[in-house]
Design a protein around this ligand. Structure first.
Ligand code: NAD
Length: 241
């Protein structure tokens, strides 16, 4: 395990479960002080990423306690709703999925930017998805639209914050099963999807959280300091399959 994040303070949103937890564990093992922000009750920093007030309070608490914020992993999110035809979602359902998956990443970036600007350095890692390139699985339109927005947000922030020394990249995970119960697919549909995705990838493997975490570590570390505005597919070659 590396020590390339020793002395760094990194916020991981949605870090209580699933992929975010794997990122938090990996960054901690690389020496970072990791501050987990999650809507889940009892999370170290309990907040909904769509609430600017709640996120600002978290950032103030992290700065008070640790004095710096070097990294932000904008991971909180998910498809949230059962898979359905695009015109069957209510306006409220559409907006909530976009709020959590896209607007929440903007809220968190805006909250950490002043501290990063003051330091002249920072690393923001947004989380998109391979579904953006695939346009599917069918039934996830609000989620796919939101994660496509993350690509635009990543490029816009990379350009706008680059002069301040802040690097902004995104990862686009493929289909990675996690323990969290999900509303999006029935267990049978999830198993079928897992099999189909593995068959479509260049690598006929089912991805694991530990396949993504080292990439997040890289994007949080000085090793990627000349990389910004990029979206890295970590998907076993699903996009190319
Ligand atoms: N698992 C996959 O196959 C996959 C693929 C591509 C992208 N992603 C993305 O990776 C991220 C993590 O996915 P996961 O599979 O680990 O999901 P998960 O459901 O296991 O974990 C998501 C975490 O985010 C938290 N969260 C949800 N809404 C929140 C909010 N409004 N404010 C704060 N915290 C909130 C949850 O409480 C949970 O701890 C998501 O952005 C997801 O869209 C996942």
């Amino acid at each position: 395990m590396s020590d390339r994040l020793t002395g760094r303070v990194v916020i991981v949103t949605g870090g209580a479960r699933g992929l975010g937890r794997a990122y938090a564990d990996r960054l901690t093992a690389a020496g970072a002080t990791v501050c987990v922000v999650d809507v889940e009750r009892g999370a170290p920093y309990e907040a909904d990423v769509t609430s600017a007030d709640a996120v600002d309070a978290v950032v103030a608490a992290v700065l008070d306690r640790h004095g710096r914020i070097d990294g932000l992993v904008n991971n909180a999110g998910g498809a949230m709703l059962p898979s359905a035809p695009f015109d069957s979602f209510s306006r409220a359902e559409w907006s909530r999925v976009v709020d959590v998956n896209l607007t929440g990443q903007w809220v968190c970036a805006a909250a950490v930017a002043p501290a990063m600007r003051a330091a002249g350095y920072g690393k923001i890692v947004n989380v998109s998805s391979t579904v953006v390139a695939k346009g599917g699985p069918v039934g996830l339109s609000p989620y796919i639209a939101a994660k496509a927005g993350v690509v635009g947000l990543t490029r816009a922030l990379a350009r706008e914050l680059g002069p301040a020394g802040i690097r902004v990249n995104a990862i686009a995970p493929g289909y990675i099963p996690v323990d969290t119960p999900k509303a999006v697919h029935s267990p049978a549909a999830a198993a079928a999807l897992e099999e189909r995705v593995a068959a479509e990838q260049c690598l006929p493997l089912v991805g694991k959280p530990s396949d993504l975490a080292p990439v997040v570590e890289f994007l949080c570390s000085a090793d990627s300091d000349f990389v910004t505005g990029q979206v890295l597919n970590v998907d076993g070659g699903w996009v190319h399959g």
